[in-house]
Design a binder for this molecule. Structure first.
Ligand SMILES: C[S@@+](CC[C@H](N)C(=O)[O-])C[C@H]1O[C@@H](n2cnc3c(N)ncnc32)[C@H](O)[C@@H]1O
Length: 242
């Protein structure tokens, strides 16, 4: 997917990029690839792949969660790595207020510099483990309308990291490549324990490559009990599964 195909594929979804946004994606691509020469950010570096598997893929939650397009939602991206999915969403929907959490400081440093280069405002960067960021005394606990995660962990672990950060009435959205039915089945009890309720599992294929994708949407329907998330390294810490 070259930049022109990216623009056309988004137009099909009702998203018209401005010239400024197209330039921001071009600058993102160049800075990602240049930094990746000395900081390990991504294995995907060819332009058509970055546009499809990072930029387009990151925007897919906006196809299924309509509020992303128009509402000034507070979003937390858990394990954002090189900024996916939250920074492509922020470029296209600048009204979003974004908090990025990653446990690797060199990635947070890259994202800080990138946001300055792209003139992005309303993005906060946190070098932290999600277990602590959403802990019982944290100001970030149950503070976000929407918590997003892509390629961080399986659903049972991810739910324990992400659901404590979601406000009651908000949503946790996981971007998944693999089949989700089994992952969801084994994490169902944990999701309910954490105050969540499965709302949707949308299956679709990426354009061009046809790679399968899932967007899993979990509604936060009640408060998460204070003992979650459990600390990383807790002895016998088993994922919350059936
Ligand atoms: C495979 S990368 C995925 C990055 C990005 N979400 C993407 O889709 O390209 C996983 C990222 O999650 C971060 N991570 C893993 N466990 C974490 C945790 N417990 N808290 C915060 N960040 C975490 C890693 O440092 C890494 O940057």
């Amino acid at each position: 997917m070259n930049p022109e195909e990216f623009r056309a594929a988004l137009a099909k979804q009702g998203i018209e990029l401005t010239a400024t946004q197209e330039q921001q994606f071009a600058d993102y691509f160049h800075y990602l690839v240049a930094t990746n020469e000395h900081v390990n950010l991504t294995t995907i570096t060819a332009e058509p792949e970055v546009y499809l598997k990072h930029f387009y893929d990151s925007l897919t939650p906006a196809f299924y969660v309509p509020g992303i397009r128009t509402e000034p939602l507070t979003i937390c991206d858990v394990g954002a790595g090189a900024g996916f999915p939250s920074l492509p969403l922020k470029i296209v929907f600048p009204q979003l207020k974004v908090a990025i959490v990653d446990s690797l400081n060199k990635r947070i440093t890259f994202l800080n510099d990138l946001a300055a280069k792209l003139d992005l405002t309303g993005v906060a960067f946190h070098h932290a483990r999600a277990e602590e960021f959403g802990g019982k005394r944290s100001e970030h606990r149950e503070a976000y309308d929407l918590v997003l995660a892509r390629a961080v962990a399986r659903m049972s672990v991810l739910s324990e990291l992400c659901l404590p950060l979601v406000k009651v009435g908000g949503q946790f959205v996981a971007l998944k490549a693999a089949q989700t039915a089994n992952e969801l089945a084994v994490s169902q009890t944990g999701i309910v324990t954490l105050g969540g309720q499965l709302s949707a599992d949308e299956a679709f294929n990426l354009p061009v490559s046809n790679d399968p994708r899932h967007i899993v949407v979990i509604d936060k329907v009640k408060h998460t009990p204070k003992k979650y998330p459990r600390k990383a390294g807790t002895p016998n810490r088993e994922p919350l599964e059936d």
